[in-house]
Write a protein that binds this ligand. Sequence first.
Ligand code: ZN
Length: 226
Amino acid sequence: MAYASSETQVRVRALATPPPRRVVPEGVFDDFAWCQSDTLEWRRPAGVWDGSAVVDGADPARMVFVTRRRSDGSSAAPFLPREPAAVHAFGLGLTDEEALAPWAIDHATDELHARRVRPRDVLWLAADNLNALFWGLHDWAHFHNHGPFEQRAWTELQCDAAALAWLWANRADIPLSASAWERVRGEALALSRARFAAEGLALDETLVSAPRVQALLGAAARATRS
Ligand SMILES: [Zn+2]
């Protein structure tokens, strides 16, 4: 699906986000795939895209989840902490729309799960650079896979793997070259190395090798770890 508003020149895509297989041990998540992810509405200004943005673990700039409205104009997500969306996303014609507060990703992960609210019913993603899109997809994985976040390095590894798998699946539409994808995979892997080291854990890097990540999506979304 692709369409653009002539007034604001906004590029809108429904990114395919089918459920990824679990690559981390059972127990890292307490309700993995509680909601089967399917699509993420992604918007960016038609003429703005930075595909060279580095995934370095810093807070992603120009990335925010805009909260949808009900037909009566009220927020579809009154239970989420919100901020003015136009503070975080530019060139999209946003005026008085609200967005999930960027500090409240964990809160949203818990609340969406507790209330059984399908993420795409209340959120869409604004991101105008590759780093922002990576983290938006990473958070999209959190929103569909609930965990207590006690095993942080493992939790983040799964969400990184999902984000990479979704980037790969949508690479023609983003657009993203195979070499750019591999660059992002390497940057995400470096973050995982640091997270595992910080927890004194060994990281089996083959879990997120390019072939495994590229094959992560499929019908066996709830497959157990081999
Ligand atoms: Zn995360």
